[in-house]
Design a binder for this molecule. Structure first.
Ligand code: MLT
Length: 408
């Protein structure tokens, strides 16, 4: 008899985006003639930038000759990619990050999910609400959450993000050890200013907390005054781990490449109060459990930093941001209060009814898929998230269809 990890019993039975797929598939079967427009999961639709494709092809060709073939790569990822990231994403913006503090991976989802393994089972975790479900679910799986009452787990500290605080959470009122933050935010699209991020960094330093900073959407920031990395804030190197991804930036959702920065100055403590390097711990974890991202994919990611790659990636994100502004304006003109869509590819819409009800309404009456806010947490109830990742034509058609929905 195999004993199971009973923490899994505390989870909602399906992952949010799997539940949405289930409902969309059921609708497709019942209404086979309705063409569905997907503005739900943030999945890119445009082809990889040419510079990435060219690099990808060249690297595949290298794999075809014994003399240039590559087997297992370096555990942290190839230096050619880590060095480009350190220079272009950090040092050029005044943030001190070195190439050997960067770990290449196959996704920010896995990294934000796995990172909690480094911490003791009884730490206090602060999680925004609404939130990308991975942060919460992985802490539930590993036993940090108590019972679920009224949509909230005991032992988890929730940081409410509402229209009252502009969807940027206030500091916790009780002692916490690890804090998840995501900016530009998924799902609300909110951005954080440098001054406000400094408040969080100062808090973490003062209270010996660690910030897990998900910056997967930084490429969509258009306001030059906003920080793209937490390391642009002084003092963050000692208290923050940052996650980034090529998925949304360069169209890599199907290609898979991301990275995590664990500064060597980031420390954790054992029960006796002795310090340990989180960099060494993450290295140990990754080298034991992960075999790296394929060589051609890392070459394709490196091409993001070439001159033409930069221009192409900017054109790609500009394209989606064009959709975002179109969606935002249309939704506002229909009378729905909304945020996001200015420095983020997500638009967060107050619906005036329950979010799954509104989701079903848009699906059944307009054939448009969105993401119900309640799926991201209790504070998401009454909202939906609309993703800008689709073609311009589909974004326009989706908005026309929504405008025609009675009660929408
Ligand atoms: C989302 O729609 O929230 C994201 O695409 C999910 C992800 O990146 O895993």
């Amino acid at each position: 008899m195999i004993r199971i990890n009973e923490n899994y019993l505390k989870l909602k039975p399906t992952y949010l985006f799997s539940e949405i797929s289930k409902r969309v598939n059921a609708f497709r079967e019942s209404s086979p003639d309705t063409e569905i427009i997907r503005l739900g999961i943030g999945d890119v639709t445009k082809a990889l930038p040419q510079a990435c494709l060219d690099a990808f092809h060249r690297a595949v060709d290298e794999m075809s000759q014994d003399s240039t073939f590559k087997g297992y790569g370096p555990e942290q990822g190839y230096a050619f990619l880590r060095e480009k990231i350190a220079e272009a994403d950090y040092r050029s913006r005044g943030a001190e990050v070195s190439a050997d503090e960067i770990f290449i991976s196959d996704g920010a989802k896995c990294d934000t999910a796995n990172i909690q393994e480094l911490f003791a089972p009884d730490i206090r975790v602060a999680i925004p609400d609404p939130v990308y479900p991975v942060y919460l679910d992985t802490n539930v799986m590993s036993g940090r959450a108590g019972d679920l009452t009224d949509g909230r787990y005991d032992n988890i500290v929730y940081l409410d993000c509402t229209s009252d605080n502009g969807f940027v959470p206030s500091l916790p009122r009780e002692k916490v050890d690890v804090i998840y933050l995501c900016f530009p935010n998924n799902p609300t699209g909110a951005a954080i200013t440098r001054e406000h991020l400094k408040v969080w960094v100062d808090y973490a330093r003062e209270h010996k907390a660690l910030i897990l900073y998900d910056a997967a959407y930084e490429a969509f920031i258009r306001d030059p005054s906003l920080p793209r990395s937490i390391y642009e804030v002084e003092g963050a190197r000692e208290i923050a781990i940052e996650f980034r991804s090529f998925s949304k930036t360069a169209g890599f959702t199907g290609t898979r490449c991301a990275f995590t920065v664990v500064p060597k100055s980031c420390m954790g403590y054992d029960a006796s109060g002795d310090r340990h390097s989180l960099h060494a711990f993450w290295n140990r974890r990754q080298s034991t459990m992960f075999n790296g991202v394929s060589y051609p994919v890392q070459r394709a990611a490196e091409a993001v930093y070439s001159e033409e790659g930069r221009l192409q990636v900017r054109a790609l994100t500009d394209y989606y941001m064009g959709n975002a502004s179109l969606i935002r304006e249309k939704i506002k003109s229909l009378g729905y209060p909304c945020t996001g869509g200015e420095n983020s590819p997500y638009i967060w819409v107050r619906t005036g009814m329950d979010s799954w009800g509104f989701f079903d309404l848009l699906l059944s009456k307009a054939g448009v898929v969105c993401t119900p806010g309640a799926g991201f947490g209790r504070c998401g109830e009454g909202y939906i998230r609309i993703s800008a990742f689709n073609s311009r034509e589909n974004a326009e058609r989706a908005m026309e269809r929504i405008a025609r929905v009675p009660n929408a």
